[in-house]
Write a protein that binds this ligand. Structure first.
Ligand SMILES: [Zn+2]
Length: 314
């Protein structure tokens, strides 16, 4: 299956409500095929990647990025999903093979594997200035409910998040998708009530997506007789932004003792990207060079400190 998803945005004619629908089966299937994941982590990561893709599509700046970090008390440890305005999405779980028996409803226990207690951090980095960090306590660990709660508490944008991921018996992905339904500033109470009622009776989203319902089908179910239009469509894909240089910098910045030991071992150092599985190898000669660079930097810093007049040093 192609590593591709589609995000479609609908707006009511009065401009007071927007539906962002994401069909993300290709993205999640690609991730599930590349990593060794338990079934429940596949569902959790699928929901997280879908939510990140939906939220990332609202970033206006091309350089911006959005990070969802779930830190729950479940066996998956934590879940990190990152997206950007260009539609690149990536994600990983701290313990990708963590598994639990099905929950009381016979479904994959995403809330249990993430943990029902903990925190959700949402980092919006606009590519300039300080990133905006919002955070809320987890209410269920089921991802969609936690995103909905995040918007209510932290962003004051009334939002309903729905996510639906189906995993086949053999652990492969069947389907994935989701939506954000948002009330925009000035929305009348009557519209809010009407949409609330419609969402309450909406069939299970994972069933709709598994049946192959399109963005247009879901919009028709959500809005009913409220007039609306499709206002935009964009593509998303699973793509990591890791670079060798970034890992080189982080190895170089570890303690000078550790770096010295690493260089002396003559084994080189290998780093594996958690988001895409790419392996970066740094041979012993390169570690020697990094150690030399690091020592030169430390000497330069020390020399600068010594030459700074005391009054400017306070
Ligand atoms: Zn990577």
């Amino acid at each position: 299956m192609e590593n591709k998803g589609t995000i479609t945005t609908f707006l009511t004619e009065d401009g007071f409500a927007r539906l962002i629908f994401g069909e993300t089966t290709g993205i999640v299937a690609w991730a599930a095929g590349r990593f060794t994941l338990s079934k429940t982590v596949t569902a959790a990561l699928g929901r997280g990647l879908t939510a990140a893709a939906l939220m990332g599509s609202t970033l206006k700046d091309e350089a911006g990025s959005l990070t969802l970090r779930f830190r729950g008390n479940g066996p998956a440890g934590g879940l990190t999903c990152v997206s950007d305005a260009a539609g690149n999405v990536r994600g990983c779980a701290d313990e990708p093979t963590a598994e639990l028996p099905p929950n009381a409803a016979g479904k994959l226990d995403v809330g249990g594997v993430i943990g029902r207690e903990g925190e959700l951090y949402v980092v919006r980095d606009y590519g300039f200035g300080e990133p905006y960090v919002g955070h809320v306590k987890l209410i269920s660990g089921e991802i969609a409910e936690d995103i909905t709660n995040y918007y209510a508490v932290s962003e004051q944008t009334p939002t309903v998040c729905a996510l639906g991921v189906r995993v086949n018996r053999d652990g492969s992905l069947k389907s994935a998708g989701g939506f954000l339904l948002q009330l925009l500033p000035g929305a009348p109470d009557s519209l809010a009530e009407k949409l609330e009622e419609r969402v309450r009776v909406l069939p299970s989203l994972s069933a709709l997506i598994a049946e192959g319902k399109t963005a247009e089908d879901v919009a028709a179910l959500v809005f009913g007789d409220i007039p609306y239009d499709a206002v935009g469509q964009s593509e998303a894909r699973y793509r990591c932004t890791c670079e060798r240089e970034k890992y080189r910098r982080s190895i170089k910045s570890i303690g000078i003792r550790e770096l010295t030991d690493m260089a002396r071992s003559r084994e080189g150092a290998e780093v594996v990207c958690r988001f895409c599985g790419e392996r970066y190898f740094f041979p012993p000669e390169e570690l020697d060079a990094m150690l030399a660079e690091r020592k030169a930097e430390l000497r330069a810093n020390a020399a600068r400190r010594d030459s700074t007049p005391p009054e400017e040093n306070s």
